[in-house]
Design a protein around this ligand. Structure first.
Ligand code: XLS
Ligand code: NI
Ligand code: NI
Length: 440
């Protein structure tokens, strides 16, 4: 059988923290038990098909640079089939349980809606067979509603209902492909669901159009038996100047306003948080506090570069906090940790794809061990419980449960006198966190 990654002869193995082998895991040990589950079950790693197999190295200043062996064939479908073979070889050699795709990543757009649909169906049949053969599963599917010129002014938010209808068709087929491949989620990321000028935009109507599309998508998927979760992936801008799914808080408000909260959770991406001038940790906290943290795109941005650089994650503190947040909320049921990361323009070799993912997997495996300890020993939980203890009884509790009034509180405040100043102890807690990161 043809191999696309001959440099990697065997599946990547766990060799322990001291190994110098760049094609081995130092921390990721899929079957290792942590807090009652295996590492694999906690982390639910997924490969982003678009970056890893369809990425060309293009950036805003230059076109594609990579020469991938799977990208040569006699027509677009031949290339799509080869790419799928390469992808499954990669999944198996890396040992990841999941992958994610857009419809147009796995199958090319045809000359008509029906032709595109046939292309997708053919590739889905092959993917289904490869999934059965390898045990690799689909985490989530989505539709690419941003690359084709027809979507330049939006997909669901396009002023032309004919474009809206094209998007509807793509979403319908992408949902059915996701169901066929037993994906546990379906993602909406709306890069062109936004605007660049208010002079030509009816913002109120565009948001209503988007909500109408989402309602139809849910209705269709449920009718077809989809039991998984829908996700919205917030991003503030790029490619549109202003996107309606700006950040976690904005998106939660949108879902609530249009009565979509029951079927949706959020897919939070690290790099999108950076673009929204939030930290990844902030976005995770907002989503998790609402009970809506469903899935994660674990790349990283570059604060000095204003676009979605989608680099592989390498920050242990951020990864630890991420896993701590997940342990605290009891994990992810439908989603996982999707890399949504790409190698740099100058990283021409296919082996660079392995290095990027191995590093990211090891980082998160190590973070899991630290987060588990932090969650078991609970130094931060104790500090926070102590800090808010006043609200657990007496007048604090009455206030929180709506059983008092401004007047009663005023009387109580007068009785209590000036409250003593209590330190937030941020430095102490930062030291505690660092101790777990580096010393234990
Ligand atoms: C782009 C998004 C995209 C989504 C899927 O910025 O991150 O890759 O994850 O459409
Ligand atoms: Ni993403
Ligand atoms: Ni992104």
């Amino acid at each position: 059988m043809h191999t696309y990654f001959p440099e990697v002869r065997n599946p990547i193995a766990h060799e322990g923290p001291d190994t110098k082998n760049p094609l081995a895991f130092r921390h990721y040990h899929p079957k290792r038990k942590v807090a009652g589950k295996t590492m694999e079950e906690h982390l639910r790693f997924a490969i982003a098909y678009w970056h890893t197999f369809k990425g060309t190295g293009a950036d805003p200043f230059g076109g594609g640079v990579y020469d991938r062996p799977w990208n040569r064939g006699h027509d677009a479908m031949d290339i799509a089939e080869k790419t799928l073979d390469a992808a499954f070889e990669f999944f198996v050699k890396l040992g990841v349980p999941y992958y994610c795709f857009h419809d147009r990543d796995i199958a090319p757009e045809g000359v008509s809606l029906a032709d595109s649909g046939r292309n997708l169906e053919r590739i889905v049949r092959k993917a289904s067979r490869l999934q059965k053969e390898t045990g690799v599963k689909l985490l989530w599917g989505t539709a690419n509603l941003f690359s084709h010129p027809r979507y330049a002014n939006g997909a669901a938010t396009n002023p032309d209902p004919r474009v809206f209808a094209h998007a509807a068709s793509q979403i319908r087929r992408a949902i059915e492909a996701t169901i066929e491949l037993r994906g546990s989620g379906y993602v909406f990321w709306g890069g062109r669901e936004g605007y660049s000028s208010l002079l030509n935009t009816d913002l109120k109507q565009e948001r209503e159009q988007l909500a109408a599309m989402l309602h139809m998508a849910v209705h269709h998927a449920r009718k077809c038996g989809f039991k998984g979760m829908f996700f919205i992936e917030p991003k503030p801008r790029e490619p549109s100047t202003h996107q309606y799914d700006f950040d976690a808080a904005t998106t939660l408000g949108f879902l609530r306003e249009f009565n979509l909260l029951d079927d949706f959770m959020l897919n939070i991406e690290a790099n999108h948080a950076t673009l929204a001038t939030h930290s990844f940790e902030h976005e995770l906290a907002v989503a998790s506090a609402a009970g809506k943290l469903g899935s994660l795109d674990i790349n990283r941005g570059d604060p000095s570069c204003g676009w979605d650089t989608d680099q592989f994650p390498n920050d242990l503190a951020s990864a630890t906090w991420t896993l701590y947040t997940l342990l605290r909320q009891g994990g992810l049921k439908y989603g996982g940790l999707n890399f949504d990361a790409k190698v740099r323009r100058g990283s021409f070799d296919t082996i660079d794809l392995f290095h990027g993912h191995i590093g990211g997997m090891d980082l998160y495996a190590r973070a899991l061990l630290i987060a588990d300890r932090l969650w078991r020993e609970k130094p931060l939980v104790h500090a926070i419980n102590k800090r808010y203890a006043g609200f657990r009884s007496g007048m604090g509790k009455k206030a929180l449960t709506g059983k008092t009034s401004l007047l009663e509180l005023e009387k109580w405040a007068a009785q209590q006198g000036e409250p003593p100043l209590a330190s937030g102890q941020q430095e102490l807690l930062e030291n505690t966190f660092s101790r777990y990161l580096y010393d234990v």
